[in-house]
Design a protein around this ligand. Structure first.
Ligand code: FAD
Length: 384
């Protein structure tokens, strides 16, 4: 049977472009007909900045990195920890150069077609998949979907959903204020009230920084809620003479929802829509890089996307951690402080990268107030 395409990629954002450019660079796929559907393609505005940690030596992002920090700071009440990341470094990459870089690769692949249409539905058929848009229906052997459906996450009753939501301002100060060698990874010294919140400061010169107010909570704030907080926070640091160069805001799902169960033989969910945002932190960018590589290898050897998912104990750690945070949304400060205060920094990042071993994980767990976790696990066991 003839199909319109071998692969359709729904959504040309971070993960869609990652898959499309990896396919374009690999000779194995040289004859594959590919369609990318995104009403906003090609994105020209800098709609997000991605930060992540990685080893400099093996980085694929050297050219695109906007700034990197070898030291980061974790702050809480009466506790500051300067963390030297070596051999890792914390990096910032702006989305515009990433979009340009990947689009440049894609534009050289004459088998890729782009449609500026809005995907309305994606349907699994017996031996292919179909994408319905506002303008047509397209058949493909395989479909990659990166369009996140928040309603699916909100309406499920089993896996609680926290939203990581934030507003960040790129500011320029009149006087020297920042240390461009050090990023503030989490500043929990701000008042918490009933939910988890912290400040995130990424300076790239003495006068320029991205200052972001981030919350992990059940509901988002209104515009003024973020703005007033940012103004007051900057004031509390003594920063009153500054201009706002640009702003970014966003929402990232934090949930143990089993996204892989939405995959079918011919349709796979990728990016945040595929559960590639780490549930306990929201970090996604490096997962997109890792999973793209796995998916490219998978495509060469397998035909059924339901087989792509691999079980991992880290998923259970994330689920339990999120349950604790969901039921006790004010406890984030305490839990993150215990984690950073009581563990070696290298081990923390190894654990967050899901590369630690079981003994190391036990040692991290022993450093948390265990009671609250036991209570949550018992609740979950009876719910499951
Ligand atoms: C402001 C912001 C900052 C972030 N910072 C970080 C960070 O520092 N580090 C990190 O690891 N992660 C970060 N994330 C999380 C994550 O890395 C990003 O959200 C990333 O863009 C996710 O990639 P994605 O492909 O899943 O989704 P997107 O990049 O959002 O791509 C989805 C695409 O689908 C398209 N689309 C939507 N609806 C339709 C439709 N109906 N039809 C067709 N196309 C559609 C959109 O136009 C978009 O291009 C951030 C997220 C945001 C929002």
């Amino acid at each position: 049977m003839e199909f319109d395409y071998d692969y359709i990629i729904c959504g040309g954002g971070a993960s869609g472009l990652s898959i499309a450019s990896a396919i374009s660079l690999d000779n194995y796929f040289s004859t594959k007909k590919i369609l990318i559907i995104d009403p906003e393609f090609p994105k020209k505005i800098n709609d997000r900045t991605w930060c992540f940690w990685e080893n400099n030596e093996s980085s694929n992002w050297k050219e695109l990195t906007f700034h990197n920090w070898n030291n980061i700071i974790f702050k809480s009440d009466n506790f500051d920890k300067i963390i030297s990341l070596g051999p890792l470094s914390y990096k910032m990459l702006k989305s515009t150069p990433y979009y340009d870089y990947t689009n440049n690769i894609i534009s050289k692949n004459s088998n890729i077609q782009i449609l500026n249409e809005k995907v309305i539905d994606i349907v699994e058929k017996e031996n292919h998949g179909e994408v319905k848009t506002n303008l047509g229906t397209y058949k493909s052997k395989k479909i990659f979907n990166s369009i996140l459906n928040w309603e699916t996450l909100k309406s499920n009753k089993k896996y609680p959903l926290l939203i990581q939501h934030f507003e960040g301002w790129f500011i320029k100060t009149e006087e020297d204020f920042f240390n461009p060698e050090q990023a503030t990874f989490m500043d929990f010294s701000i008042e918490q009230n009933s939910c988890t919140k912290f400040m995130y400061i990424l300076p790239f010169s003495k006068k320029e920084a991205l200052v972001e107010y981030t919350l992990f909570s059940k509901n988002v704030l209104d515009k003024k809620g973020y703005e007033n907080f940012l103004i007051n926070y900057l004031k509390s640091l003594g920063i009153t003479n500054y201009s706002i160069v640009s702003k970014e805001n966003g929402r990232i799902p934090m949930t143990g929802f089993p996204f892989h169960k939405l995959n079918s033989k011919n349709i796979i969910n990728i990016g945040s829509a595929g559960g590639w945002s780490k549930p306990s932190t929201g970090f996604t960018f490096k997962n997109i890089e890792r999973k793209t590589k796995l998916l490219i290898d998978f495509l060469k050897n397998h035909d059924d996307f339901t087989k792509f998912y691999k079980k991992s104990r880290f998923r259970y750690y994330d689920i339990i951690f999120l349950d604790v945070l969901y039921q006790n949304n004010h406890l984030g400060k305490k839990l993150f402080t215990q984690m950073f205060k009581n563990n070696r920094s290298k081990l923390i990042f190894k654990f967050l990268d899901e590369k630690s071993n079981f003994i190391e994980e036990l040692s991290i767990m022993a450093n948390f107030s265990i009671g609250i976790f036991v209570k949550t696990i018992i609740k979950r066991i009876f719910k499951l």
